[in-house]
Design a binder for this molecule. Structure first.
Ligand code: 13P
Length: 341
């Protein structure tokens, strides 16, 4: 693959200048669950209205650099008839697209493999036509007794690298997302080991398939205690262990690391990012930012409740979380700023 200055610039725009990515690429099934939580029916119009509310938030582009869309969403328009990619560009937000088709059982195991490679080259060309300049593919790695297996890690890494190479050939920046889940009761040490092994295998596959590292973004989990682990590592420990892990296995050529929130509470996801950027200010080769789904959207969807007269408070809630995470990109966040809202 040939290095592209344009793709590196896009990757830097997406992860730099204290901005981050809004992940709004929930599949129809997943967004259905979110809508159900506020008793709104999962119809195309309701999904459109909700996404329009998010994307049209006044000033969102100050803190949000890109938005990841789902196949249906990138083809939709606002109620007023403006295609979503155009609306986002007006907001100075780069449109992106989720291109995997989901994780399914890896044959003969209880682990998962992410699918979606068939016909991907053609789909990427079409998404580029529709305005997408970056893409996302998520591999799901579960920690449990005897898992993850090497087979699961290598198969997912191979698919991630094939996807990334196809994106670069299509003029699209691939977000490479190997997510080690925080479900379970494992310790932060176990998360460190599995994340390190996963990333090592992923970067080996990217190297083998000639993916240009300057032209990707990495979207990893943080190194963190599992949800049900009795000893929860504190914010500083999460920041230190995450950076220690990445220094060992993420090449300095990668322009940016944009974290997923993965089920962390909104404020903790912000505090962890902030701690990394404040403790390691100017000592890291990569820009450290966010690509949050739930940790950006939760307060907004709760404020909306499907009501027209609540759109403004929902947008205020999204804007606030985007601003807090933007502050975390420069280590300038503190919980006092939450109260000032
Ligand atoms: P969360 O931040 O809710 O984990 O979502 C980010 C994402 O895009 C997962 O693939």
């Amino acid at each position: 693959m040939k290095y592209s200055a344009e793709l590196e610039e896009t990757a830097r725009l997406l992860s730099g200048a204290n901005r981050g990515i809004l992940a709004a690429d929930e599949s129809t099934g997943t967004i259905g669950k979110r809508l159900q939580s506020i008793k709104v029916e999962n119809t195309e119009t309701n999904r459109r209205d909700y996404r329009e509310l998010l994307f049209a938030t006044p000033g969102l582009g100050e803190y949000i650099s890109g938005a990841i869309l789902y196949d249906e969403t990138i083809r939709q328009s606002s109620a007023g008839g403006q295609p979503f990619p155009e609306l986002l560009n007006e907001q100075k937000i780069i449109p992106g697209i989720k291109v995997d088709t989901g994780a399914r059982q890896l044959a003969g195991t209880r682990e998962k493999i992410t699918e979606g490679l068939d016909g991907l080259g053609d789909r990427l060309a079409q998404y580029h036509e529709l305005g997408a300049r970056f893409a996302k593919w998520r591999a799901v790695i579960e920690i449990g007794t005897d898992i993850p297996s090497r087979y699961c890690l290598e198969t997912n890494a191979h698919a991630l690298a094939r996807y990334a190479a196809l994106c670069q050939a299509a003029g699209i920046v691939p977000i490479v997302e190997p997510e080690v889940l925080m479900d379970g009761a494992h310790t932060i040490e176990r998360c460190f080991d599995v994340t390190r092994r996963t990333l090592h295998i992923v970067f080996k596959a990217l190297y083998d398939q000639d993916v240009v590292l300057e032209n990707i973004l990495l979207k990893p989990n943080m190194v963190i205690s599992a949800t049900d682990c009795p000893q929860q590592a504190d914010v500083e420990a999460v920041a230190r262990e995450t950076v220690r892990c990445f220094r060992q296995v993420v090449p300095a050529a990668v322009p940016g690391i944009v974290f997923l929130s993965g089920g962390q509470s909104n404020e903790l996801a912000t505090a962890h990012l902030n701690a990394m950027n404040s403790i390691f200010a100017d000592q890291l080769p990569w820009q450290l930012s966010f690509s949050y789904g739930r940790a950006l959207q939760q307060p907004a969807i709760q404020a909306w409740q499907g009501a027209k007269d609540k759109i403004k408070s929902a947008q205020d809630a999204l804007y606030h979380r985007a601003r807090m995470n933007s502050l975390a990109c420069s280590g300038a966040y503190s919980s006092d700023q939450e109260k000032a809202a």
